[in-house]
Design a protein around this ligand. Sequence first.
Ligand SMILES: NC(=O)c1ccc[n+]([C@@H]2O[C@H](COP(=O)([O-])OP(=O)(O)OC[C@H]3O[C@@H](n4cnc5c(N)ncnc54)[C@H](OP(=O)(O)O)[C@@H]3O)[C@@H](O)[C@H]2O)c1
Length: 272
Amino acid sequence: MTTQLAKRLNGKTVLITGASSGIGRSTAFEFARSSPQNLKLILTARRIDTLNEIAVEIVQEVGNGVKVLPVQLDVSNPEEVRGFKEKLPAEFRDIDVLVNNAGLVRGVAKAPEILEEDITVMFETNVTGLINMTQAILPEMLERNNGAGVGDIINIGSIAGREPYVGGGIYCATKAAVRSFTESMRKELISKRIRVICIDPGQVETDFSVVRFYGDKDKAKAVYAGCEPLTPEDIAEAIVFAAGRRENVVIADTLIFPNHQASATIMHRNNQ
Ligand SMILES: NC(=O)c1ccc[n+]([C@@H]2O[C@H](COP(=O)([O-])OP(=O)(O)OC[C@H]3O[C@@H](n4cnc5c(N)ncnc54)[C@H](OP(=O)(O)O)[C@@H]3O)[C@@H](O)[C@H]2O)c1
């Protein structure tokens, strides 16, 4: 039995940034499982060895109907992003779905103590990187379908983009920028058949907090103490759901919480 979602995803080419870990990695598996007969996946991140391992695991699990292309790409490097499309083999060039997922948070410092390096890396990855990727992929999406355009741009925002919190000044600002850019673009592309989709997760347990605390796993674990956070699979399912709707249906905006969470900072903890 083939689901409507599987039929709609059949034959698509999906590009995921930040596919080496967490939400991006789970999204790669979820697309592959949802359309195992005929799908092309371009997986990008800085850790190419991890991407290569994921590519092997995906094909082992779903078979050769899914073609996986791992490509090393640092989205914060504009030159790499500019040269990216030319490096793709011809069969992977017609990208149908771009999942702008690569992103990170560094530190919990408050102004005026925020490290300049952290400010730069968060903006260059979460904002400029996402915009540069979008501008690299969008021209071909616009040309296709006899100039009417085709494709999905799925941006991963955050509850942090809607609700700034103490110690998240820069990260929250980057995700607010993602939200704003996404909404402008949806309006700019109103006459085109391109869907602009925003997925805003609440708390998800990935390496996100490990990166925030510069590799300190104990501090990262403490973030989730007494909580049951979302899994990266929960967000991956929402991303694939959005990409798998009928062409005229746009899941424009979503906010996804685990059951214990009601805002960026309001969570119920079992140990309290
Ligand atoms: N976890 C949460 O609670 C949460 C909540 C809301 C939103 N989000 C958002 O979800 C997205 C994914 O995060 P995650 O939770 O899955 O964290 P994660 O497990 O740390 O994954 C982050 C991914 O981004 C990639 N990345 C980071 N910098 C990059 C760069 N310069 N160029 C290319 N790729 C880069 C990493 O790959 P490499 O290190 O191999 O480059 C990794 O694959 C982010 O945009 C994050 O802001 C997360």
